[in-house]
Design a protein around this ligand. Sequence first.
Ligand code: B12
Ligand code: SF4
Ligand code: SF4
Length: 289
Amino acid sequence: MLSNSEFTERIVEKAKLSGASIAGVANVESLKVSPSHLIYPKIGMNLEAHWENLKDDTKTGEVTWPPDAVSVVVIGVEHNADKPELDWFDGKGTPGNRVLIRINKKLSEWIENTFSVKTYKLPYFIEKGGIFLKDAAVMAGLGCIGKNNLVITPEYGPRVRFRSILLNREVEVTEPLEFNPCEDCIQPCRKACPVKAFQNTVYSEEALGQSILPGINGTYNRVTCNMRMKKAIEKAVDVIPVSDKEHQDIKLTINAFEDGVASPLIDHKESDYSVKYCRRCELSCPVGK
Ligand code: B12
Ligand code: SF4
Ligand code: SF4
């Protein structure tokens, strides 16, 4: 039987051969107490209203871990600024996310067939069984959280998208990096935000009982950022000359993301509908360019 470190090496190598730009492995027990896991039950998943204004019973939101999950493989695919279409949401998902899904499938089949290890291919959204991918990526040594609240990788800066697989076998963790490019940076990422999502303290250590917060120090405002995302959807919907009903159908699919939903793109080619989400805090970061 392979040692844990040999197993890790083989997985990372195979992930890259299958198309991942970067890959690493973290431990599930450590991840269960990562900053996002600790904060999520306190702030909930509602992106429409500020957490302090929500009733406690609406703040549901926890990761559902399969009981036998021991390790997590995180894969990342570069989303270079030269290929913006990788990030365009077409009503069912994004081309970049489909690339990640394909790599994950191939990798999971290979792990199961080669090592007889059980795998779980995880979906994107937390409420559908996904995990906090940024925490997982940081703990798998792929990068650090930057002042733009994104994972900054040495190779590609924040211009990377992630996906993961759980395993029922122990592996050697690819340890977190000693990497902090934000230390001496003048923060173009925060200045670039069109809705000033990093301007105020939205989460405080005193109120939440933890010091690692969204935007590192609690200044990332997900409600404001999400409003900007909704504007991008409106913009994409507006260019389609259809009846009100079809507009509604398209908006409904935004949460379906990768379900392969009954297509809302009735009588329209997929390319007609394309949401170009804001990436300014990401694209303005100089790391990895
Ligand atoms: C819901 C969601 C959104 C929501 C809400 C975002 C939010 N952060 O709350 C909206 C729609 C607004 C959004 C916006 C964006 N998103 Co988004 N989103 C998600 C999703 C599905 C869950 C994120 C979540 O709820 N996190 C929990 C909240 C509470 O945590 P948080 O605010 O991020 O803050 C935590 C971390 O920063 C962490 N942290 C801070 N310091 C440290 C230090 C250590 C050591 C560790 C371990 C953790 C840690 O602790 C904080 C909590 O205390 C993930 C996919 C996934 N399954 O993880 C993608 C994801 C985070 N999004 C992503 C992206 C790219 C974006 C956008 C650029 C839009 C776009 N074009 O895709 C913007 C960027 C906004 C920003 N600057 O953060 C990528 C990030 C990639 C990367 N390089 O980091 C992800 C991982 C998706 C992917 N496929 O890879 N998103
Ligand atoms: S631009 Fe990049 S390196 Fe600079 S503070 Fe922002 S995330 Fe950090
Ligand atoms: S994705 Fe856009 S709106 Fe959201 S924080 Fe970044 S720059 Fe601001």
